[in-house]
Design a protein around this ligand. Structure first.
Ligand code: EPU
Length: 330
């Protein structure tokens, strides 16, 4: 374990932060002694993958396990899918490219999402009409409370929109590998705006390249301007509330969310509350996409959280809608 470990380059927000201890984890076996050390010192332990969905406080008084378990293995056919297993530390976008380019399509709509494979199931990443749950088969995880090893299938993972059993118990499960099921009979999913001018018989490489272009045009690159992608969930409300809001606020995008529920566009609400391009010290709201809070250089967790609170307050006042933060505060 390295003491007083600097996490500033380990989070896509670029927030200045240190951990009391940190250690690289390159195999599932590395985790057990680390858990033992944390327990002996009575310190909490957290797993950090790509650091792309966290807001780091200046100091974490605990042990950070830097997830670096690598590995990519095509396991074989399973019904109408091909199973492929990945180490949790693999970079998500790299494995999207790797599968698509070798003729295993299915992940192309999820291109360019920052972060690691192990983090993908935690919040059931999703983009351009596809969610991780659509391609998920199973995962292995270690329960950090007692070191026991568990397998989770799709049902046990309890996925929902930006939600899973892992997200509901923050820090409890350390994902070590993820097995995805890629469809043997593939059809392009190009229904989402930005992709829907592509022909129905388009190939997966072209879809992937288009997703990369669309994302690059809308979402700031964290290597240039620190950010953690969407800062809030798209709120899910009952359909009556959504209809009433849409009647008083023409243009509000409303999407069906099943069982008499509707999903609203948080980006739209935040833009209409006047925050697009707004600055709050070194923190700000992206001028390209109101759902993305950015670090304009040297922002602290305090400034990011203060801006987020201001946005939540204004959106609640103007629309009566509560926004829920997407990245985890650590
Ligand atoms: N919009 C605005 N103003 C803005 C931004 C968006 O009015 O500044 C409205 C527009 O009407 C637009 C609609 O919101 O048509 C939807 O915007 P977009 O297609 O960019 O999607 P989103 O709902 O804002 C979600 C995900 C993204 C994902 C995109 C594409 C969440 C919280 N976010 O964003 O995921 O890439 O859809 O599928 O569900 C992430 O989670 O970090 C993330 C980037």
């Amino acid at each position: 374990m390295t003491p007083e470990f600097d996490l500033t380059t380990r989070n896509t927000f670029g927030l200045s932060s240190r951990a009391r201890f940190a250690a690289e984890v390159t195999s599932a076996e590395d985790l057990e002694p680390l858990l033992g050390e944390a327990r002996a010192r009575n310190l909490p332990m957290r797993i950090l993958g790509g650091g792309s969905n966290v807001v780091l406080r200046p100091y974490f008084d605990g042990v950070v396990a830097l997830m670096s378990i690598m590995g990519r293995e095509v396991l074989g056919e399973h019904g109408d899918t091909t199973l492929v297993r990945f180490g949790a530390g693999e970079n998500w976008h790299e494995i999207v490219e790797w599968t698509v380019r070798q003729g295993l399509p299915g992940l192309e709509n999820l291109a360019s999402i920052p972060g690691t494979v192990g983090a993908a199931p935690i919040q059931n990443i999703g983009a351009y009409g596809v969610e991780l749950v659509d391609r998920f088969h199973a995962l292995s995880a270690i329960d950090t409370t007692d070191g026991s090893v568990h397998q989770f299938d799709r049902e046990q993972a309890q996925f929902a929109y930006r939600q899973s059993v892992f997200k509901r118990s923050p820090g409890r499960f350390a994902v070590t590998s993820v097995t995805l099921a890629l469809p043997k009979t593939w059809r392009a999913n190009v229904s989402y705006p930005g992709l829907n001018d592509l022909p129905a018989d388009v190939d997966a490489v072209t879809v992937m390249q288009r997703v990369m272009v669309v994302r690059a045009a809308k979402l700031p690159d964290w290597r240039e301007t620190g950010n953690a992608g969407s800062f809030f969930h798209n709120p899910i409300v009952d359909s009556e509330t959504a209809e009433a809001l849409a009647a008083t606020h023409p243009g509000l995008p409303v999407y069906p969310a099943g069982e008499g529920r509707s999903k609203l566009s948080a980006g739209w609400l935040i833009e209409k509350a006047g925050f697009k391009g707004h600055r709050h010290g070194s923190a700000g709201v992206s001028p390209n996409h109101a759902l993305v809070i950015v670090n304009n250089g040297g922002a602290t967790e305090g400034e990011i959280s203060a801006l987020a609170a201001e946005i939540r307050h204004e959106v609640l006042k103007k629309f009566g809608v509560r926004l829920v933060q997407e990245p985890e505060l650590l």
